[in-house]
Design a binder for this molecule. Structure first.
Ligand SMILES: *Cc1c(COP(=O)(O)O)cnc(C)c1O
Length: 355
């Protein structure tokens, strides 16, 4: 496929890369589009703008949609580097399969991303804690009412410079308070929990509203069947330091296979921090927090990278984790991962790709 490029002439004003930037609000000059009808066609980079869709387009009615999220960094030497983006495109194909959507050529998309980022170079922040966030998305576009897989799709990729996900964070770790949801579940066995698909997030909003009302920033999700195993936190994977060992829920099918999760596991092994993928219950977690065997809890995801949890609200009680701040293991892993992303640490894993 031949990529066509239409550059915009009325370039936008690039926002200041400071705390006013926020997350996901200022989009770059261009976007990438391609359509599918029997095959992918017309891949093109064009000025960022609105889409025109028939109101009958199936994505609006039946939610056949998938997306990804990854970050591009400017390293200490001023060079631009992608971080594991090929893994995001591969994971998007896993989501596509679950949602009966057409597969994409991950290598082709990674090449497109390189070209796209090269065009938007000036939009990649030159400040630690800041990055260019990339949002690849696929939607069903066939204009037919009727529940079945669409026969037409649109893939698009947009980009926005971002500060850290939690505005107070600014490249520094800051702990969050989380709310264990007992009324709602995120994903059930046989459902779509392991796909990055819009409906999962729509379904999570009631719990998020409850969490906010309880003064918490994120929701902790328990398993759907027994309502006791800890599965994820917000839109992040969950880690706990138990008896000096890093523990995370295994990929049981209801959990999104986070790339940050995998990076944390690999970095831990590399740093000789013991790590285990093992189911654990909310009672084990709370019990361990009370007895002092659980010393740290944190979430992992592209947006916040590592999000330490200092307080957990469960059934109306608030529990304080460890030192009520940021734990040593969390900080060690965060510094290593951030160091690789910003090029101040060597990358023994081959994760970064310079543009
Ligand atoms: C995206 C996401 C994650 C984190 O994945 P990363 O690849 O690390 O960003 C974890 N859980 C859910 C539910 C997600 O949507």
């Amino acid at each position: 496929m031949q990529l066509s490029i239409t550059r915009r002439t009325d370039l936008k004003q690039i926002p200041a890369f400071d705390s006013t930037l926020g997350f996901g609000r200022n989009f770059t000059d261009h976007m990438f589009l391609m359509e599918w009808k029997g095959e992918w066609k017309n891949p093109r980079i064009v000025p960022h703008g609105t889409l025109e869709l028939d109101p009958a387009a199936m994505c609006f009615h039946y939610g056949q949609e998938i997306f990804e999220g990854m970050k591009v960094f400017r390293n200490a030497a001023g060079r631009i580097q992608l971080f594991r983006s090929i893994d995001n495109f591969r994971r998007m194909n896993v989501s596509a399969k679950r949602m009966v959507m057409p597969p994409m050529d991950a290598d082709f998309l990674n090449e497109v991303l390189k070209t796209f980022v090269d065009i938007e170079r000036k939009w990649v922040p030159d400040r630690k804690g800041y990055s260019l966030y990339i949002r690849p998305t696929m939607i069903s576009t066939e204009a037919v009412l009727g529940v079945r897989p669409s026969e037409e799709y649109l893939f698009f990729m947009i980009a926005c410079p971002v500060a850290s996900f939690f505005p107070e964070q600014e490249g520094q770790l800051k702990a969050v308070k989380i709310f264990v949801s007992t009324d709602y579940v995120r994903a059930a066995p046989g459902g779509t929990g392991s796909a990055k698909t819009a409906g999962n997030y729509a379904a999570s909003l009631s719990a998020q509203v409850q969490a906010r009302a309880a003064g918490c920033q994120q929701v902790m999700w328990l398993d759907a069947l027994e309502r006791k195993y800890v599965e994820e936190v917000g839109t992040m994977n969950i880690f706990a330091v138990m008896d000096g060992k890093l523990v995370t829920s295994p990929l049981t099918g209801t959990i999104l296979a986070g790339i940050t999760r995998d990076s944390v596991i690999q970095i831990s092994r590399h740093m000789e921090i013991p790590v285990e993928e093992k189911r654990f219950t909310i009672d084990e977690l709370i019990g361990g927090i009370q007895s002092g065997t659980v010393t740290e809890v944190f979430g992992s995801g592209t947006a916040a990278i590592i999000s330490p949890v200092n307080r957990i609200v469960f059934k109306g009680e608030e529990y304080i984790v460890g030192n009520d701040g940021v734990g040593g293991v969390s900080e060690k892993i965060y510094n290593k991962l951030l160091g690789i992303q910003y090029g101040t640490e060597v990358d023994p894993f081959d994760w970064v790709l310079e543009v």
